[in-house]
Design a binder for this molecule. Structure first.
Ligand SMILES: *Cc1c(COP(=O)(O)O)cnc(C)c1O
Length: 353
């Protein structure tokens, strides 16, 4: 199950969803119903699980669009049953368990009653059951072990009552890598699908590389005179005359402002430190002598040309790579590369402007 919520962690949900399905994913998952509807409008007919709970204003859309709902509260059971009856149409659902994350899902003692109500309704297809781990990306395996044990106890009890599931899915990326998957036959893969490690404690297998690189072309190459400051607040002063490049990317594009005076870009394979503050739309970096105006600047990628990785950016700005990936914004045009060639573009089209 390819998790492509938040526009595929900033990578483009429609393209990533299609690629995942071509390469063996049986299901897609998103967080919100609107994300799923966007995929349907793009012509994607595969099963889509909405991870977040349904609400009264969107449950009808879920039925119309043949989405799979996560049911994790009594109120959500009510919604699912009444909407299915009202439409007279089947509704596929996965029962969401709260085995310890305590975010969404049924506590163990409430799960059986809810499963019974869903299973007894002739229009509800209770296809799956799942839970989400709190700490699968950490070294201590005990919380994950406990969550697996709790999920198994519920699933066993339901099976004894004759309620069986086509899909059981406990693991996220981290648990898939560490193998803490319990009885699962479906795997919700998010961060690792984008070539990003779930955490410093859970590394990716060798050969899996980041999908995203972030690039721009320098808009100006100039010599910053000795003693002059640069960018808002003049927080960096040139100790001697130095070559600099203005790059059209800023915090409105998702580059953290906290990289001011501490991140770096790559120009001609050379690490070029950020000079002064990251602005909303532009950033100034030191440039090699041979830097060209309109020449390529790599802001982030797999690090093979000296650029920051998303892990570097996350570390320097006190967050996780998930947040860095998801915040690279819609304002930046996307180019999809397949087998080394540009295979698609996602530019703001004239009709969107
Ligand atoms: C986001 C999410 C995932 C994917 O997690 P990764 O760590 O990115 O693999 C899986 N399941 C649920 C419920 C999620 O919200």
């Amino acid at each position: 199950m390819a998790v492509i919520k938040a526009d595929a962690y900033g990578h483009g949900a429609i393209e990533c969803g299609r690629v995942a399905l071509e390469h063996g994913a049986s299901h897609l998952a998103v967080a919100r119903i609107w994300e799923a509807i966007r995929l349907r409008r793009a012509g994607i007919t595969a099963p889509i699980l909405v991870l977040g709970g349904p609400n009264p204003s969107t449950v009808d859309l879920a039925i119309e669009q043949k989405l799979t709902l996560s049911i994790g509260s009594e109120r959500a059971v009510d919604l699912a049953l009444s909407a299915a009856s009202r439409h007279g149409k089947p509704l596929t659902v996965h029962l969401k368990l709260d085995t310890g994350l305590h975010r969404y899902g049924f506590l163990p003692e409430l799960a059986t009653g809810a499963a019974r109500r869903l299973a007894d309704h002739h229009l509800i297809n209770l296809e799956g059951i799942y839970a989400h781990f709190s700490s699968a990306d950490e070294q201590d395996a005990r919380p994950t072990r406990l969550q697996i044990d709790r999920a198994h106890a519920i699933i066993d009890a339901l099976e004894q009552q004759g309620i069986n599931f086509k899909y059981i899915h406990l693991p996220n990326s981290a648990a898939t890598i560490t193998g803490m998957c319990g009885r699962s036959n479906l795997f919700r893969e998010g961060i690792a699908s984008y070539g990003l490690a779930p955490s410093p404690d859970v590394r990716l297998p060798d050969g899996i590389l980041p999908v995203m690189s972030v690039r721009a072309n320098a808009t100006r190459i100039f010599d910053l005179p000795k003693g002059e400051g640069v960018s808002y607040g003049l927080t960096y002063t040139a100790k001697q005359t130095e070559r600099a490049a203005t790059v059209p990317i800023g915090y409105a594009d998702g580059l953290p402002r906290s990289l001011s005076n501490c991140g770096w870009f790559s120009i001609q394979d050379i690490q070029c430190p950020v000079l002064g503050r990251v602005c909303m739309d532009q950033t100034v970096v030191r440039a090699p002598i041979g830097a060209q105006e309109y020449g390529s600047v790599i802001i982030a990628g797999d690090g093979s040309q000296g650029e920051m990785t998303l892990d570097d950016i996350a570390r320097l700005s006190g967050t996780i790579n998930y947040e860095i990936a998801t915040r690279f914004s819609q304002r930046m045009p996307r180019v999809y590369i397949r087998d080394g060639n540009a295979a698609g573009y996602d530019f703001p089209s004239s009709t969107d402007l």
